[in-house]
Design a protein around this ligand. Structure first.
Ligand SMILES: *Cc1c(COP(=O)(O)O)cnc(C)c1O
Length: 392
């Protein structure tokens, strides 16, 4: 089937929620993709920071094949080793405590919101609030949407769940004032990915930790995009002056399959009790086996060191390009703002024509999220394609 035929079917039968680039990818290996005509591309997007171990990593493929041929899942009403081992692996590699497995990032955040609200009710708070930052993205389900100020448009999707309060992104004082005795949690990303890669200042995160401690609220860190090695440590908070009470993960967690998780520290790990929450597919055996393989690959000090080194190489190269005004990020999560008047979508198209996949998170911005197994040569190649694509 040709791309033109796919687009004709799309026009008739696919809800138009995404503006797709005009290319059909049919195969991937490590940091490369191939389209239906056999053309090769260098992938600096990794399916939105999903394929952190590279496309079709043989160990992840083997884990999926093995589990798919044995047992796909038995629901959460019976024992199945992959899900339980994954919870153990996740908890011991982060906050200790306990994990709940989901099928997406939005669902992981819904779990965190329910946990924080239930805990607040138990402390006598009738109408608990969750404090979030302007520009945040926490997902598309109604609760996660209400926590995402840019997208939470009551006039389109209302009535949205109440109880979410947003404050400016870079204002520790505003955050301090917003946290009151009604606050169940502060929910933040360490680096706002969908907004265009905006690291949250250490003072803001430290202020969040401090006021949460004072008010007895939870600090929930959305590590869905920043986690799984993306910033050069397994979790972004490891490089920050804070330790959250809850983290949420997804995207790269499943090694390409849909897996999310909400991990809560030991003191709050039993807030959600039998009957409070659930998911039919959450913790399915194939997905959990893939996630265990992905964690095994990514939770590796050598790989994480390379992520920091290659991130610095990429950022350094981008800073040399005249038409780029600002470079932001950490590790291999990098965003740029182009000089005013430059059209990021046109740059993206020129890159695609030259065989490089990059992302446009917003007007005038580009985002780079390569698989974490890129080589220095791949980084240099991307910069070689990018420099003329940005300039012309
Ligand atoms: C992608 C993302 C989500 C939503 O994850 P889905 O799997 O699309 O539901 C939530 N938070 C952050 C920070 C994300 O990057």
């Amino acid at each position: 089937m040709s791309l033109a035929e796919l687009r004709a079917i799309e026009a008739r039968h696919v809800m138009p929620t995404y503006a797709k680039a005009p290319v059909e990818f049919v195969r991937g290996e490590c940091c490369r993709l191939w389209d239906a005509d056999g053309r090769e591309y260098l992938d600096f997007f990794a399916g939105l920071s999903v394929h952190n171990a590279g496309h079709c990593h043989p160990r992840i493929v083997a884990a999926i094949r093995e589990q798919a041929g044995r047992l796909a899942g038995v629901s959460n009403l019976y024992y199945s080793a992959p899900a339980i081992r994954l919870c153990e692996r996740l908890a011991t590699a982060s906050l200790g405590g306990k994990a709940f497995l989901t099928n997406s990032g939005a669902e992981a955040n819904e779990c965190a919101v329910k946990l924080a609200r239930k805990r607040a009710h138990a402390r006598g708070i009738d109408r608990p609030e969750i404090v979030v930052l302007d520009g945040a993205f926490h997902g598309r389900t109604l609760g996660a949407l209400a926590a995402s100020p840019r997208l939470a448009r009551d006039e389109l999707f209302g009535p949205l769940p109440a109880g979410f309060v947003s404050v400016p992104r870079d204002d520790p004082e505003a955050l301090r004032e917003a946290v009151t005795d009604r606050t169940a949690a502060v929910l933040v990303e360490a680096i706002q990915g969908e907004a265009g890669v905006f690291p949250i200042a250490a003072e803001v995160l430290a202020a969040a930790r401090e006021v949460c401690d004072e008010a007895g609220s939870l600090l929930v860190l959305d590590e869905i995009q920043t986690g799984m090695g993306r910033t050069g440590s397994l979790w972004a908070y490891e490089q920050l002056p804070i330790r959250p009470d809850v983290i949420t993960a997804a995207k790269a967690l499943g090694g390409g399959l849909p897996v999310g998780a909400c991990v809560a520290a030991a003191e709050i790990a039993d807030v959600l009790a039998p009957g409070d929450h659930g998911s039919t597919f959450g913790g399915g055996a194939i997905a959990a086996a893939a996630a265990l393989a992905a964690l095994e690959l990514i939770d590796d000090p050598g790989l994480l060191r390379r992520v920091r080194e290659l991130g610095a190489r990429l950022e350094g190269g981008l800073a040399q390009i005249d038409a780029i005004e600002e470079v932001r990020g950490r590790g291999l999560m990098v965003g740029v703002t182009l000089r005013s008047g430059l059209d990021a979508s046109a740059v993206q198209s020129r890159c695609l024509e030259a065989g490089l996949v990059v992302n446009v998170p917003g007007p005038g911005m580009l985002r780079f999220l390569p698989p974490l197994v890129v080589t220095p040569e791949d980084v240099d190649r991307a910069l070689e394609v990018l420099a003329p694509a940005v300039a012309s």
